[in-house]
Ligand binder design. Structure first.
Ligand code: FO1
Length: 305
């Protein structure tokens, strides 16, 4: 199950560490419409990473992209807070056209993957509308408004996954979870990346009932997220910004929790949640560490499944 920036590191590591087949079930909660285009940041981040096109420094968008379109939008007094690159915008244009022609998000995703030479299977969690909205003292807004337009400066009062009650898993998602030997939750934001996926009833139930080993990697090291808006969102929901705080959110859904060595003192608390803790280096600052963590996880899974 995958979000964006934090997830792609482990996904990239796994593609280098194993030839085993895997399916990536992508968050859709941060998808939105802008300038008449349908933008799916997490799907694109994973796709670009697997196509070796991702701007690794930013963690999103295409490397060496230019921003002429954005500059001209500014001249035309259109919104420029969302930094769409020129090449990245080609993806949004093609996706939007396919969707306007009646294709589902899953169809457009597999089509874009094919055209970019990505052979791994990326499934959007749902083809139905599902958006993450954040309630703050300044109002209730889409996640992109909260995080990108307003820079995450507002306190978080509540998070809702609009449309989640009626959103259906896209074709193949629940079968992938039920049929897998393992399900991996990478070090992704539990509120905005994994939360929307698990808010879809069919997916949550599949994860609850699957016989596969369910393993999560902590997105928090010590008391800080490795990247992105997790800290304010967790704090706003009253969840401690610690590996254990994240583990509690996954209680009943996860068998194995991989956390940084610095959390080894909490071993009993993880066991109390019904999870086997595995302590290792979870930071992935480079390709070697991405592969090393992937190998560590695969080694664990091979011993236990
Ligand atoms: N994140 C930002 O913080 N600022 C941006 O201008 C921005 C542009 C952007 C363009 C394309 C894309 O696929 C992703 C982009 N992101 C940007 C990242 C993304 O919106 C966020 O990481 C998540 O959606 C929040 O979890």
């Amino acid at each position: 199950l995958a979000g964006g920036t934090g997830s792609v590191k482990l996904i990239r590591g796994l593609t280098r560490a194993t030839r085993e087949d895997f399916t990536i079930i992508s968050n859709v909660g941060d998808n939105f419409w802008l300038h008449g285009l349908y933008i799916a940041p997490d799907i694109d981040t994973v796709t670009y990473a697997l196509a070796s096109q991702l701007d690794r420094k930013r963690g999103w968008g295409i490397k060496k992209d230019t921003f002429n379109l954005l500059h001209q939008l500014g001249k035309l007094e259109a919104e420029t807070w969302f930094k769409m690159g020129d090449r990245d915008s080609a993806t949004h244009l093609v996706r939007t056209e396919l969707i306007r022609n009646g294709k589902t998000l899953a169809d457009t995703t597999s089509e874009l993957c094919r055209r970019l030479g990505v052979s791994q299977r990326i499934l959007p969690a749902s083809n139905d509308p599902l958006e993450t909205w954040i309630t703050t003292p300044a109002g209730t807004m889409h996640l992109q408004d909260y995080w990108v337009r307003r820079g995450g400066r507002d306190d978080v009062l509540a998070v809702t996954y609009r449309g989640a009650e009626s959103a259906k898993p896209s074709t193949g998602v629940t079968d992938a979870i039920l049929g897998a030997s393992a399900v991996i939750l990478p070090p992704a934001n539990p509120v905005t990346s994994i939360g929307p996926i698990l808010a879809i009833r069919g997916i949550r139930e599949a994860l609850r009932t699957t016989r596969s080993t369910r393993l999560a990697v902590s997105p928090i090291v010590g008391t800080a997220p490795v990247s992105g808006p997790a800290a304010k969102l967790l704090a706003g929901l009253g969840v401690p910004v610690t590996p254990l705080g994240v583990a509690r959110m996954y209680a009943g859904l996860i068998d194995v929790f991989v956390a940084d060595r610095s959390g080894a003192t909490d071993e009993d608390a993880f066991r109390g949640l019904g999870m086997v803790p595995v302590f290792t280096d979870v930071m992935m600052p480079n390709a070697a560490r991405e592969k090393a963590l992937a190998k560590r996880i695969l080694r664990y899974l091979r011993h236990t499944t």
